[in-house]
Design a protein around this ligand. Structure first.
Ligand SMILES: NC(=O)c1ccc[n+]([C@@H]2O[C@H](COP(=O)([O-])OP(=O)(O)OC[C@H]3O[C@@H](n4cnc5c(N)ncnc54)[C@H](OP(=O)(O)O)[C@@H]3O)[C@@H](O)[C@H]2O)c1
Length: 341
């Protein structure tokens, strides 16, 4: 039996307008960086996609190299589209990106037109789609003229392979430049995808202001700091956690200074009737510039907990001041090199 979506999926929360565009996005988006790769999608991950959609999550975020192996998250998602989701294609916002290493040689990464155009074609094939909704330049390339990257993004729209384009981990300065280049090419920069969380606050310096001024949307990735913004590491590093997997979260990041912050945040969260993860998501969404918080999830239970953060998004000034005592940098921004320019 093919999947049938919950009839009440659109009664659950308010969608947020992405900058001043016509596109609205759910306040929480599901990303497929971890837990969706491999030869076939696991039954839990498949359930997560359906469950997210049943709860109103219309946006799923991918990139060419999500896996492992590279490309397998797109391939697995493409199979799901083919088997169950194609009937809902017009209700879905599917994004992909190119910028990090994908295949060997000089045309398999960064920001050249050669790479971006070929990568998008490959993504469409793996996703079994004619177009993606959003195509991103995944990182800033200091050695390629930005005009060339803008040409590639614009071409993806002209050719109907992407409806909108975005950029990820660009600094405020390079965001302004890219936006201008895209406007000169007759298109717009819909959205910026930066990392942002209670312990990684770089976008507060100037990027958020820039996005506001340019009316570009913002989807904040790793809002749970890859799971660090939860109670799971308070006692030890549990099995089946990202820090135990020798992948993108180095267990050396689980320090005493970090644990102290989580204990403080946990007290504040429980007074609000929330978990640390729920507090962290509500906190990211407090800025009017943030269109969506882009989470990852391992289980349906985690996903439900994250979505339930939307039940309490209001903060008093006092709460925000209390949070600021603990919401301080932990030097976890792996994507910092891209926003240094
Ligand atoms: N543009 C870019 O360069 C870029 C880079 C990175 C990510 N992204 C996008 O952002 C998405 C999210 O990134 P992320 O996975 O790092 O986000 P995240 O939401 O910060 O971390 C996800 C992890 O947090 C833990 N978690 C989730 N819900 C939880 C809950 N309720 N309670 C306790 N722990 C919970 C799980 O960790 P455990 O597995 O340990 O349980 C989960 O795998 C990616 O899938 C991708 O789409 C983009």
């Amino acid at each position: 039996m093919p999947y049938k979506a919950n009839n009440k999926r659109y009664n659950q929360f308010k969608y947020n307008r992405c900058g001043n565009s016509g596109l609205q996005l759910p306040p929480i988006t599901l990303g497929l960086w971890h837990n969706f790769g491999g030869k076939a999608i696991s039954s839990e991950s498949k359930k997560m996609v359906f469950h997210a959609f049943d709860r109103g999550v219309t946006h799923f975020d991918l990139a060419n190299n999500y896996g492992p192996p590279y490309g397998s998250a797109e391939k697995n998602f493409g199979r799901l589209i083919n088997s169950d989701l194609r009937q809902y294609r017009d209700e879905l916002i599917i994004s992909t990106k190119a910028g990090y290493d994908m295949w060997p040689g000089p045309y398999g990464e960064w920001g050249s037109k050669k790479y971006l155009i070929a990568s998008l074609d490959q993504s469409l094939e793996r996703l079994q789609l004619e177009y993606v909704d959003i195509f991103y330049s995944h990182r800033f390339d200091p050695l390629t003229p930005l005009e060339e990257t803008a040409d590639a993004l614009a071409q993806s729209v002209y050719q109907g392979k992407a409806l909108y384009v975005g950029i990820s981990s660009y600094s405020s300065k390079q965001t302004i430049r890219m936006n201008k280049l895209l406007v000169e090419r007759g298109i717009r920069c819909l959205i910026h995808q930066p990392s942002y969380s209670m312990i990684n606050r770089w976008i507060e310096k100037d990027l958020l202001k820039t996005l506001n001024k340019l009316a570009i949307g913002c989807i904040a990735f790793s809002p749970l700091a890859q799971g660090m913004l939860s109670e799971k590491y308070l006692v030890s590093i549990p099995k089946n956690s990202r820090a135990s997997e020798h992948s993108s979260l180095d267990k050396k990041k689980i320090t005493q200074s970090y644990i102290k912050k989580i204990k403080g945040l946990s007290n504040i969260a429980s007074k609000r009737g929330q978990t640390v993860a729920q507090l962290a998501l509500a906190w990211v969404l407090r800025h009017k510039e943030i269109t969506s918080a882009l989470i990852g999830s391992r289980t349906v239970k985690q996903l439900d907990e994250c979505l339930d953060s939307l039940k309490n998004l209001k903060f008093s000034k006092l709460e925000l001041r209390e949070i600021d005592k603990f919401a301080k940098e932990e030097k976890i921004n792996l994507w910092e090199p891209s926003s240094q320019y």
